[in-house]
Design a protein. Structure first.
Ligand SMILES: Nc1ncnc2c1ncn2[C@@H]1O[C@H](COP(=O)(O)OP(=O)(O)OP(=O)(O)O)[C@@H](O)[C@H]1O
Ligand SMILES: [Mg+2]
Length: 274
């Protein structure tokens, strides 16, 4: 029987990259999981399928504590997964991911954190500054506070969000650069958005030669996390310094050369051969 790969929240094109496997698409939000006698089963309304490999492509969905449990089940199963489930677990929460980057000695943006009712007011700084609430991707849960008055309103909404919040300086950046690594290959993209978030309503994106400095940082992050793929988001200041905003363990591939898909698929094929 052909091995079965579960693509979790992935693009539709992956079957053609795994001609020797059965590829099923599954939404994380709808799947149930069973690990029994070392066999991993993914169960949806339509079918229960034994899984031999997992291609984790989960993007900007609403965070749910169960997702962390799924990663731990995958990890316990030993079923090959790209990225490895242990890497995904370390990056799953934004704060955990930031702690990892700091631990790896990378130039992470300075930030303060508050947890508890109204505590965020204690970490406010002179405007403009950026506040990021909880564990969201795709630009969600992030606001630029331009003035004292705005802060009053935003802090009020943060109370309703009932989650941890991070405050960091607003960087008036020259360029937003994402540096992506798959194993030892590197790509970079510069993005510009309609507003201050380069990844929201992106107007321009351009594949660029990865700056050496960023290649070094991205390699270090990938090795530290034991990842197959990572993408680091940097801001280049007007003075030409790079500041690291975050690391993505399941970066989107659109806009990058198609060769990335083959390279990423090979990561899973190789893990399944071991
Ligand atoms: N402190 C900041 N100063 C200026 N711009 C910022 C700052 N933080 C974020 N941005 C802009 O907003 C974009 C989104 O922020 P960030 O990368 O932190 O989160 P995200 O994109 O929501 O997460 P993910 O990349 O996981 O989807 C950045 O690419 C950048 O253009
Ligand atoms: Mg980002």
């Amino acid at each position: 029987m052909r091995p079965t790969i579960a693509v979790i929240n992935g693009e539709q094109y992956w079957q053609s990259y795994f001609p020797d496997c059965e590829v099923i698409s599954q939404r994380l939000q709808d799947a149930s999981w069973v690990l029994r006698d070392g066999e991993l089963w993914c169960i949806s309304r339509e079918a229960g399928t034994r899984i031999d490999g997992v291609f984790w492509r989960v993007g900007a969905i609403r965070p749910d504590p169960r997702h962390r449990t799924v990663l731990d089940v995958l990890r316990l199963s030993g079923v090959p997964c790209v990225n490895p489930a242990s890497t995904l677990a370390r990056c799953q929460d934004r704060l955990s991911m930031l702690a990892e980057l700091r631990g790896a000695g990378l130039p992470v943006i300075h930030f303060d954190v508050a947890l508890g009712d109204d505590m965020v007011r204690r970490i406010a700084r002179p405007a403009p500054f950026v506040v990021k609430v909880g564990n969201h991707h795709g630009g969600y849960g992030k606001a630029l506070v331009r003035s004292e008055d705005e802060w009053f309103e935003v802090a009020d909404l943060l109370f309703a969000a009932n989650d941890y919040a991070v405050v960091e300086p607003y960087i008036d950046y020259r360029r937003d650069v994402r540096c992506l690594a798959i194993r030892d290959r590197f790509w970079a993209m510069s993005r510009a958005g309609a507003g201050w978030k380069a990844n929201v309503q992106t107007r321009k994106h351009q594949v660029i030669d990865p700056p050496e400095e960023l290649v070094g940082y991205t390699r270090r992050a990938r090795e530290h996390l034991g990842a197959d793929i990572v993408a680091l988001d940097f801001l280049e200041t007007q003075g030409g310094d790079y500041i690291l905003l975050e690391c993505n363990d399941t970066p989107g591939l659109s806009g990058f050369p198609e060769a990335l898909r083959e390279e990423l698929a090979e990561c899973l094929r190789e893990r399944m051969r071991r």
